[in-house]
Write a protein that binds this ligand. Structure first.
Ligand SMILES: [Zn+2]
Length: 257
């Protein structure tokens, strides 16, 4: 008999807040947390590594919760480090559980067998995505319009290369909301705005937007904010205020087009 990965007293992988909020927006933070299941320790990493961007999206949980408050929008946050299992990857792809992240080898992720992988997926990935699906089904059943906003942060320097962007708007098959949002961000005048850079949405590198946005036909956008801009609460507040202003404007533009 296989044991569950998480003991009952460990944190729930899913934190869903303001589910009954009045806003059309539904916010996700796949990489909000940096908890590790007790059974896995810190995957053999020193504590300092578990505080770096390889473990989580620095600052995004604070932005997600503050934006949720400002918009009166539902937000769902994932509690565990992406190094345990990446909740924005199809569990079938190799990078779902990375053996190396950027240039750091993850000792506890080497040579996992199918059972090890399934324990992580079943304990963390499934409940998180089931909670999103259930919440979106409920809204659809209630006849509510819904717009999916996937929130992430990115490191200013990756593999030694500096990145100029303050913020990036990412999409794949459907840019109906992403384009107007990118235009509005550029119109702010003080931002370098990436459009599908430094990342783009794809079925191999993403899960939340392809599955919950594209497949349901919901308007959606993935937003990446440079992590140093939202590392403290002042930055998180000012970025939340900016997005609380621009997202409804972008949605209004989407409805007009
Ligand atoms: Zn992320």
């Amino acid at each position: 008999m296989s044991k569950a990965l998480l003991d009952p007293d460990e944190p729930n992988p899913v934190r869903l807040e303001r589910e009954a909020g009045s806003s059309v927006f539904f916010l996700t933070c796949d990489h909000a947390g940096r908890a590790f299941p007790r059974r896995l320790g810190t995957l053999g990493l020193p504590q300092s590594s578990t505080e770096r961007h390889i473990a989580w999206d620095i600052g995004i949980g604070g932005v997600g919760r503050e934006l949720s408050r400002l918009l009166d929008a539902a937000v769902i946050l994932q509690t565990y480090s992406r190094l345990v299992v990446d909740c924005n990857r199809d569990p079938e792809v190799a990078s779902s559980i990375s053996e190396v992240s950027e240039t750091t080898e993850i000792p506890g992720n080497q040579g996992l067998d199918e059972t090890d992988r399934r324990l992580r997926v079943d304990a963390i990935f499934r409940p998180y995505h089931d909670a999103i699906a259930t919440a979106l089904d409920r809204r659809a059943a209630a006849g509510r319009a819904c717009v999916l906003v996937a929130l992430h942060s990115f490191t200013p320097v990756f593999k030694g290369v500096s990145r100029p962007w303050h913020v990036a708007v990412l999409f794949n098959r459907d840019a109906r909301l992403a384009h107007p949002l990118a235009e509005l961000l550029r119109a702010e005048g003080d931002l370098i705005v990436g459009e599908n850079e430094p990342y783009r949405v794809s079925d191999l590198t993403d899960y939340t937007v392809p599955v919950h946005g594209e497949r349901r036909g919901l308007p959606h956008v993935e937003i990446e904010i440079r992590q140093d801009l939202i590392a403290n609460t002042d930055g998180q507040r000012s970025w939340s205020e900016r997005l609380a202003r621009l997202l409804p404007a972008a949605y209004a533009e989407f409805l007009r087009r």
